[in-house]
Every structure is written in structure tokens, then in C-alpha cells.
Design a protein around this ligand. Structure first.
Ligand SMILES: *Cc1c(COP(=O)(O)O)cnc(C)c1O
Length: 403
């Protein structure tokens, strides 16, 4: 059974640190990492946690302790990883649409560089020649992922260099001397089908003969985790087996082998996260009962932004009768966490729990409506540790220049 936090410890966290509150379970992160290691033990593989899912430095330190590298999409994420003690050799810079200046900041920090457009490859190659080998992000023309906002590998996606433009990559490499040490794909998020990953791998392997300096094949992240109890995530054991088979065939044919890199975000931190809110008001409208909570899409945007489903339970009244509610936030828009959701009877001041809140939860929060962001707490060995204090009005006004 996967580790879960008890209602008692979650209620204790709210008592101590207030609501709304993000709580993360250290053990669950370790368990998820263990699943990766076990699934891919047959291959030469390295993991780089895609930290945009959750960037608290305390979380990055856990990843580092586990032996994971960090995948970063901005220079500030690189700086956070370094602050967590991660060695530059274990950091990949995988941005999209940034200019040469931000790349130069990253190269000054000695991290792995991923380039996802031809123009930038040319600029980078002119600047460094063969001195700074790069990884190239390809667009494999594969449509996959939970929804169009998180599908990144289809032909109309802004990500990667089209596999149809491989000749141009080779031409730029020849002309500037830039060395290609890795080929990369990240097809999207919430990809359940093992075959999408295998197809991506096969596509890359077919291109490897163009690149004599290649040592790395980076298959990105995007593993699906279950959000509803009847859902299944990506079958990692099966993926591990199929990947090892694919590589064995390739090695027999070509004699070449590559190290495989993965960049899992959600898989590592979604299920470790719990978001706790308090029921402020109940409103009986003619056709619906609303529960108005002390939070909104400024704190957890996934339901409004992606139509995401998060399991919600009333942990203050777990044996109460069942009622149907719309759970709504306090932001001045149709700010709804869940429509027609069955919950144990909700009373004012009850604490509601959202599951799967670790990935893209706090990280996508904002101060919209001039509200403060919640605190974050880490549970380790049954102990609660505050890892980000709750914001106050001082944070809201900080940075404003007022005469
Ligand atoms: C977001 C992202 C990931 C992680 O995606 P998940 O769905 O969270 O696993 C991996 N690689 C890159 C380049 C990303 O942008």
C-alpha cells in the first residue's frame, strides 16, 4: 500500500499552521522515487525531477538526497536547485522560448543545456563552437497527454525542433561545430500509454546515427498518476521492461548504447501533497448547495484551468451523511473547485482535504484578489515542519513603489 497521511496529522497541521495549507509527505516522495528506480533497473538511467511541479528548496533537497538530478525550465529554477546543493552536472536547463542571454547565465553555472529551436542553436553554436555540447529537444509529432494545454509533442506545438528539420540541425552542427550530446523528447503531461513513450524512444533511436557525439537519450516526463480512485497511472514496470527490450534490440543492431534520462515532475510529487481548506459558509440556493471555502483558484488553479478532478473529503466529519455540494472558492469569478460533489455533511469551520495537491498546486498559486499565498508544511517521520511561512499583507505590498 502507498503511504498516506492520516486525517489526525492533517488536522493537527491545520491547528498548528492555520488554513488554507499545503502539506507534503516526505515518505511518499521517497516511495515514488523507489518505484522509478525499481522499474528501470535494467537500463542505464538517470532521473531529473522536473521541479516546476513544486520548487520548495526543502523538496529539492529530498530529491538530491535520493540521488535525483533536477530539470529546470527557467534560470531561477536552476538557482533554486543550486541553492538546494545539487551539483551542476545533475541539473538540466530545458527552457522554451528564452533568448541567448538566459542561456549564457545557465552556461556560466555549468549545467546541461537543452535547446529547442534552430535559431537559438545557431546563436549558441556561433558563441561556443564545440566547447559546450548540447541536448536537442525534438518535436516528434505525437499527440498525447491529458489535455491540449499540456500536450507538447504534437505538430502544432511550440515545443522542440520538428523531426522533419533534422537536416537543418545537422547543417548547423557542421557549420558552427556545436556538438550534440543528447536528443530529447517531452511529449506532454499525464500520458498513460506506455507505447507513447516507446514510440518516442524508437523515433529518437532512428535518428541517432546522425549524431556521432551522442551519449544521452532524454525521454522527458509526463507519467500519469491516478486522480480518481478507479483511474490507473502509467504502468512503470511495463514501461521499464519494454524500454530495456527496445534498447537490447537496438544494441544488437548497431552496437551503440545510450544513457537514458527521465524528467518526472508530477509522478514524484502529486500524491505526496495535501491541500487543506476551511468551509467558511454554506449557501442553500434554489437548486444547489454551495460550500464557500477560505481559498480559491489563486491557491489551486488546476480545476479551473485544466478542468482537473481532485478528490475532496470532509475530514472533520468523516462519518456524516452524504450530501451533494458545489465547492467554491472566494475569488470574484466562477471560482469552482468541484461541481455536484458528494461529501459527508459539511458544517461551517469543517476542514476539507484535496488529494493529489503536490504537483502544480502551490507552484501555480498567485496573489489574485490581493490574497496571500498559503503556508507549506513537510511531514517527516510523523513530525511537522514549516517549509514556507504563510504570506501576510506585507508580502502583498512588497515591491510596490509608493511615494
Ligand atoms: C513539465 C516538464 C516535465 C514534467 O512533466 P510532468 O507531467 O510533471 O511529469 C518534464 N520535462 C519538461 C521539459 C517539462 O517542461
Amino acid at each position: 500500500m502507498d503511504a498516506v497521511l492520516s486525517n489526525e496529522i492533517l488536522l493537527q497541521a491545520v491547528n498548528e499552521f492555520g488554513s488554507p495549507l499545503y502539506v507534503y509527505d516526505d515518505q511518499r516522495i521517497r516511495d515514488q522515487y523507489g518505484k522509478l528506480v525499481s522499474a528501470f533497473h535494467r537500463s542505464d538511467v538517470r532521473f531529473f525531477y522536473a521541479c516546476k511541479a513544486l520548487t520548495n528548496v526543502n523538496i529539492l533537497k529530498i530529491m538530491h538526497e535520493l540521488g535525483s538530478g533536477i530539470d529546470c525550465v527557467s534560470i531561477n529554477e536552476v538557482k533554486l536547485a543550486i541553492r538546494a546543493g545539487v551539483e551542476p552536472d545533475k541539473i538540466i536547463f530545458t527552457p522554451n522560448g528564452v533568448g541567448l542571454a538566459e542561456y549564457l547565465e545557465a552556461t556560466a553555472l555549468n549545467v546541461h543545456i537543452n535547446i529547442d529551436n534552430l535559431d537559438l542553436l545557431q546563436q549558441f553554436g556561433r558563441h561556443f563552437g564545440s566547447a559546450y555540447p548540447v541536448i536537442i529537444r525534438l518535436n516528434p509529432h505525437i499527440m498525447a497527454g491529458g489535455n491540449i494545454k499540456i500536450a507538447t509533442g504534437h505538430v502544432d506545438s511550440k515545443f522542440g525542433i520538428s523531426i522533419d528539420q533534422i537536416d537543418q540541425i545537422i547543417a548547423i552542427a557542421k557549420q558552427t561545430g556545436v556538438k550534440v550530446k543528447g536528443l530529447h523528447l517531452h511529449t506532454g503531461s499525464e500520458i498513460k500509454e506506455v507505447d507513447v513513450f516507446i514510440k518516442g524512444l524508437e523515433l529518437i533511436l532512428e535518428l541517432t546515427h546522425h549524431f556521432p557525439d551522442l551519449t544521452v537519450v532524454d525521454l522527458g516526463g509526463g507519467f500519469k498518476v491516478p486522480y480518481k480512485s478507479e483511474e490507473k497511472g502509467t504502468d512503470m514496470q511495463l514501461l521499464g521492461e519494454k524500454m530495456a527490450e527496445t534498447f537490447a534490440v537496438f544494441k544488437q543492431k548497431t552496437g551503440r548504447m545510450f544513457q537514458v534520462w527521465f524528467e518526472p515532475g508530477k509522478f514524484l510529487v502529486s500524491e505526496c501533497g495535501y491541500f487543506l481548506v476551511k468551509a467558511n459558509i454554506l449557501k442553500q440556493a434554489p437548486s444547489r448547495t454551495f460550500v464557500g471555502v477560505d481559498s480559491g483558484f489563486n491557491h489551486l488553479i488546476r480545476p479551473m484551468f485544466y478542468d482537473a478532478y481532485h478528490k475532496i473529503t470532509n475530514i472533520s466529519n468523516p462519518s456524516g451523511g452524504l450530501c451533494t455540494y458545489n465547492i467554491v472558492g472566494n475569488i470574484c469569478e466562477t471560482d469552482t473547485f468541484a461541481w455536484d460533489r458528494e461529501l459527508n455533511v459539511v458544517r461551517a469551520n469543517d476542514i476539507l482535504l484535496f488529494n493529489n495537491a503536490g504537483a502544480y498546486g502551490f507552484e501555480m498559486s498567485s496573489r489574485f484578489n490581493s490574497r496571500c499565498r498559503p503556508a507549506e508544511v513537510l511531514v517527516k517521520n510523523g513530525r511537522l515542519k514549516l517549509i514556507r511561512r504563510r504570506e501576510t499583507f506585507d508580502d502583498v505590498i512588497a515591491g510596490q513603489v509608493i511615494d
